[in-house]
Ligand binder design. Sequence first.
Ligand code: X6L
Ligand code: MG
Ligand code: MG
Length: 269
Amino acid sequence: MKDTISVTGIEAHGYIGVYAKEKKVGQKFIVDFTLHFGSIGATDRLDDTVDYSKAAQRVKSYIESAECDLIETAAADIARMLIRENGVTGVSVTVHKPEAPIGFKFSDVSVTCNLLWQDVCLGLGSNIGDKRAHLDYAVAKLKECEHCKDLTVSDYYVTSPYGVVDQDDFVNACVRLHTYLTPLELLDMCLAIEKERGRERTLRWGPRTLDIDILLYGREVISSPSLTVPHPDMDRRRFVLEPLSDIAGDFIHPLIGKSIRRMSEELKD
Ligand code: X6L
Ligand code: MG
Ligand code: MG
């Protein structure tokens, strides 16, 4: 069980709602939040922790000025604001709307947004045009993404094409970062960045200006129609395991149960 700091019952007058009257007159909102930490209490200095009074004030100000329709939006916005605080590994934010216009007597309605920084590895590849510039672009976009942090990049590797071998050499690299985006939100962002570099999907496994694959998403195993994580063929791809070893050698593959370093060494043999 991780350490937490919580503030509950933060009351504020706000204008969040779907109906005109709610936006005009406003009503009472109550917010609870819990911040998760690796550990608390290592020092007795306010600078080394999160000032919960400042955090609570930011929450109150958010409610007072929010112009959204849904308390879901409010909970997600507040969660995304608080997870960026010093040392926070995850957050839970509940927004209550006890006077919501439901039309009969009820106690409360609330929504809760939970976010966690996830340790994520991406594979980058390019074999059309200025290959290194395409990779540089992807790295820059990921670096400036407000939903990501702690980005590290491997060396760039020139690799022979694998799979369909009758195409130009690739430049490959891997990126490791923390994000609270869901796997599908992260996938959408990767596909959007690929598109910005003119990625065309014609031949499967054909040449591409920029390819960004989700290799690992924490210890999660995902198989949905649009996304498979861990990347299904990564254990046999030297152009993945070699750069990934640079930045995530100790990362354990959740299905194989071995470290990336060990998987990379075993593939060399
Ligand atoms: C049989 C049939 C065996 C297909 C393997 C392997 C297909 C890899 C696709 C395969 C098969 C892939 C890169 C690449 C590609 C890259 C290098 C793929 C997708 N992407 N080669 N080939 N770097 N070096 O980024 O990985 S196409
Ligand atoms: Mg790929
Ligand atoms: Mg891809």
